[in-house]
Design a protein around this ligand. Sequence first.
Ligand code: SF4
Ligand code: SF4
Length: 337
Amino acid sequence: MQTQSKVTLDSTVIPFKNKLNSPFKKKGITVLQINLGKRCNLACTHCHVEAGPKRTEELSPEICEQLISLIHRFPEIKIVDLTGGAPEMNYGFKPLVEAARATGKQVIVRSNLTIYFEDGFSDLPEYFAKHQVRVVASLPCYLADNVDKMRGAGVFDSSVKALQWLNQLGYGKEPNLTLDLVFNPQLPTGEKFSLAPEQTSLERDYKMFLQEHFNIVFNNLFTITNLPVGRTKMHLERRKLYTSYLQFLESHFNPSTVEYLMCRDELSIDYLGNVYDCDFNQMMNLPAKNRNGETLTVSKLLEAGSLDLINEIQTAAYCYGCTAGCGSSCGGALLES
Ligand code: SF4
Ligand code: SF4
């Protein structure tokens, strides 16, 4: 039996697949994004992973070893992107960083910054600098109130201290120590929805404000649209805004973004070694599939000796979040406005 919300959604939002003119295929895989687990020292209101301090799911030694083999075996992987939860808190973080760097790949850590002030994690900034890890840090606003509302009391102050610490080590200043910030819009509380502001001008505002008030410098700002997944979806459902938000995103569908979507060239891996087209599909339990409709795992990729086993990228209505306006990805907007 269909649920009420499914009937409403189906009748009001065109399936994403129907918007595409051709089969939605992968290009060659160059990015391996690994979600190490759901443990995090924060529990942000917009978190699509539903991460938090009480979550215990994380990588096992066996899956970590398989991932290290994958990193060694496939030179076409140019970037290893580590996320979570707080990736630094979950099993396998340092072994994966070191395996990827030893094979000359770029390593990205998606860091919440506040983790460096938790017991046992104060070595992280120096560790990142030593291994030239690219730090992509969440700072959903440059104003303290907005950040604390989304992420918890005191998070803005800790983030400022962490950014100053990274700057002292050369981050944002030296060519091999890249520091990027991530902006997420506030979650909507009524029908007045908006897309993320234009990335270049917001980056300019962030740079001016952080330099002037805190003497902080950084490289790039990434604006990321809130996809209706995880806690964002729950937030919207509680306020009966879920369908209207999807309709809003659909009404801003921009076909020019499709070429550049992050799912075109990445594999997303969960802590159990299952393969997805992106982290959002991972959170919504929509696994990647091969030509026979079978799901994939890291061990199947190793067995086949190939990363190119996926037939078509799996999509859902939330894909409208990646394709609205200038587009959105873990690397920010997809097009210049
Ligand atoms: S958004 Fe990031 S920092 Fe916040 S709870 Fe989720 S994983 Fe942790
Ligand atoms: S959510 Fe975005 S990245 Fe994931 S499959 Fe859909 S369009 Fe691609």
